[in-house]
Design a protein around this ligand. Structure first.
Ligand SMILES: [Zn+2]
Length: 279
């Protein structure tokens, strides 16, 4: 158990704001299809414009596939939030440990990673391996969307074997629509939050079964933070794969697009973002 001490102060190590924007996951997108308008961002963000990036996962450690991208956005001054829909209280590594203890450890893990990334974080308590992807779950997340007002959301793929992974991706997607509808946000609330109607780009971990376009984010400058995050969990859970192997997986993604290290996502839109020109 050589993991570094977790901290509850997620804001303490927020990275300095970059003076100019970098080339993170920010493809320009346009669509003639009204059904896609809630998902695209049909404008070119101008220099200095700040964004809000929300990552929604089921369990602490699910976020390891997007640490570099989140950190990159935090470094440029964007607001980043990590959300977990459960406490991961059924993790088999804890064997017979009391539920409350496991929850507290996993909450501390989440807080530590959020601090490393420079993100806010939030836990829902939909129950490890008990998620149903219900409207009620999506509505709770939609209330958070309406408050945080994300420009982009990152989630699991739709076909991962773990049901919580699939259900967390489902509600992450459904909440985009629910957060747009004032009467839904007002259900049972005396002071409802205004709807979040700006387009939200929906990114998912890649899946061989999905035909949505794959996009890469160059995380070469963030690779040390990515390795730190992986090493934190690897040391605690004694995972059988090494930091070097994990680093290798990002290097392999990087080779796909000619950069040292990259993270990859699928963008839920039919077509990849338009190129500025052919060459
Ligand atoms: Zn998980």
């Amino acid at each position: 158990m050589a993991a570094p001490p977790p901290s509850r102060n997620a804001a303490a190590s927020r990275p300095p704001t970059a003076a100019h924007r970098t080339s993170a996951a920010d493809p320009a997108q346009s669509s003639e299809n009204p059904a896609e308008q809630a998902l695209g961002a049909p404008h070119q963000p101008h220099a200095g414009e700040r964004h809000r990036i929300l990552a929604v996962f089921a369990h602490p450690d699910d976020e390891l596939g997007c640490i570099g991208s989140l950190r990159k956005h935090a470094e440029r001054g964007d607001e980043v939030m990590l959300v977990w829909t459960t406490h991961g209280e059924l993790a088999s590594q804890f064997e017979g440990a009391a539920d409350a203890y496991v929850r507290s450890v996993r909450q501390e893990h989440g807080a530590h990673i959020a601090e490393l990334v420079g993100a806010e974080h939030h836990f829902f308590d939909f129950g490890d391996s008990r998620m149903t992807g219900s409207r009620a779950e999506a509505l709770e997340l939609a209330q958070l969307y309406a408050r945080f007002r994300p420009d982009a959301v990152i989630a699991w793929s739709d076909d991962h074997p773990h049901p919580d992974h699939r259900m967390s991706a489902k509600i992450a997607f459904d909440a985009i629509t629910l957060a747009r509808i004032p009467k839904i946000l007002a259900e049972g609330r005396s002071a409802p939050v205004p709807p979040h109607r700006k387009p939200v780009r929906f990114y998912q971990y890649p899946s061989a079964g999905s035909s949505y376009p794959v996009v890469h984010v160059d995380v070469s400058a963030q690779i040390e933070v990515v390795k730190q995050a992986f090493a934190f969990y690897q040391a605690f859970y004694q995972w059988p794969f090494s930091v070097a192997q994990f680093e290798g997986s990002l290097a392999a993604r990087g080779r796909e697009v000619g950069v040292p290290y990259a993270e990859a996502f699928q963008l839920r839109q039919r077509f990849p973002p338009a190129l500025e020109r052919l060459v």
